[in-house]
Each structure stands twice: as C-alpha cells, then as structure tokens.
Ligand binder design. Sequence first.
Ligand SMILES: [Zn+2]
Length: 265
Amino acid sequence: MDIFDIKALLICALIFIPFEHLFAERPQKIFRKGLAVDLIYLLFNGFIIKLAVIVIAAGALGAAAMLVPQSITQAIDGQPVWLQVAEIIVITDIGVYWAHRAFHKIPALWKFHAVHHGIEDLDWLGAFHNHPVDAIATKAISLTPIFFLGFSEASIAVFFIIYLGHTLLVHSNLRIPFGPLKWLIASPQFHRWHHANQREAYDKNFAGQLPFLDMLFGTYNHTGDKVPEKFGVDDPIPATYFGQIGYPLLRCRKLSNRAVPSTEA
Ligand SMILES: [Zn+2]
C-alpha cells in the first residue's frame, strides 16, 4: 500500500469487514488462513512501496522539469480536477495492464507475481499481498507518466484515494452486481476471475480499474455470474512472509502452469 496510515486501515477495516460478512460471495472467516502474513505485507511492504513512490515521483518530476515544455504541464495542470483524475485513471491503468500482463507472460517475472496469486482465501486484505519487486515495478510503469506530464497534486491525491478504495474492493469477498457498469469499472467479480486457479481464468482480466482495456486488448474473461471453484496457484509458494520475498530468487523446482507459454490458439 503506498498512501497509507493506521487511520486509513481502521476506516477500511470498519467498511470491509462488516460488508464482507453481510454480502459475502463465499463463506469465509475473518481470521482466515494467511491473515497474519497479509498484515505484515500491509505494514512492512506498505512502507517500502511508499518510499519507492516518493523516489519515482522525485525522479520523474526532476526529469520533467528539464524535458517537458511548461506549456504542456501548465495545460494539463490547468484542467478541472475531475477531468485530470479521469485522465490519470486511464493512463495509469494502461500502465498497470501491460505491466501486469508482462508479469504473467515472462517466466522470471511471474515468480514475483505468483506471490500475489498465492492467496487462497481472497478478501480485501489480499490487495496488499504483493512482492515488493512486483508492486514497485508496476508503480514505476503506471505512475511515471503522471508525474512526468504535470498533473496537479490535488488530482493525484484524489486518484490515490480512489485507487486505494478500488483495489481493496476488487479483492474483496463481496457480491455486488455492477450491471452495465461492469465493462467500465472493475468489480470484485471481474478481478476474482483473474485470481481463479482454473484454466479458463489464466492470463485474463489484467486491468486494475478499467475492464474495457481487457476487451480492447483481447484478454477479457466472460464468466457470467459463475463463482470460481478455487483461488491460488500450483507454484510452490512458501507460507511465510520472508519465504515469499525470497521465493522468486530461488531456483524453480516446479514449472508453473501459468508462466509456460501456451501452445493453444
Ligand atoms: Zn495477476
């Protein structure tokens, strides 16, 4: 988590825990498997990623000051905040889409991303369960254009709040019908069909917020109202935090069923 503090965590917990209890898609305990590890991700990883975002922002803003004409940054900064936020969501999610797709399709990268897919009891806290290499690379790719182009601080701050709420929502164990909006706004249903450990779900639904990107790039998963049978991966992901951090650096003992390029059409 990048923009995070204890107050934000409490607010999120007070929203998601009761709602996941009332509107759960699958029966799941609050104190479920992997909860302690996810809390370590939230607190420790969150700090590392926040530092990385500050470094990325400083680098991009410094480069932009030298390379991007002021007329461009002033024109972008001068737009209404709501329009800037909408533009930021589109630009960052294109970055998220392609970074995410690369982390699935390139075997060396998949080992980092497999840590996130190792979650078996998916809920809102799973949003924080990311290997720092995966999280920081994705942030660098998706956020650099935003800092480079000169979007206003206010619009970037609003975007971070929306992104945080949205990424928790799509990982949550909630059943919410999005109706016709399901093409426009990523739902829990959309993202859990990215996490399903079923052949038809592999390498689909890469977008973080905008499902139409998957439709545009040919990776949208039409699942209807089906509920996935199981989450997780067949890769041998260790159970502990430090085991998971070191996992991508170890020699692969078992070939992933996802990172091997498919021979199917
Ligand atoms: Zn993924």
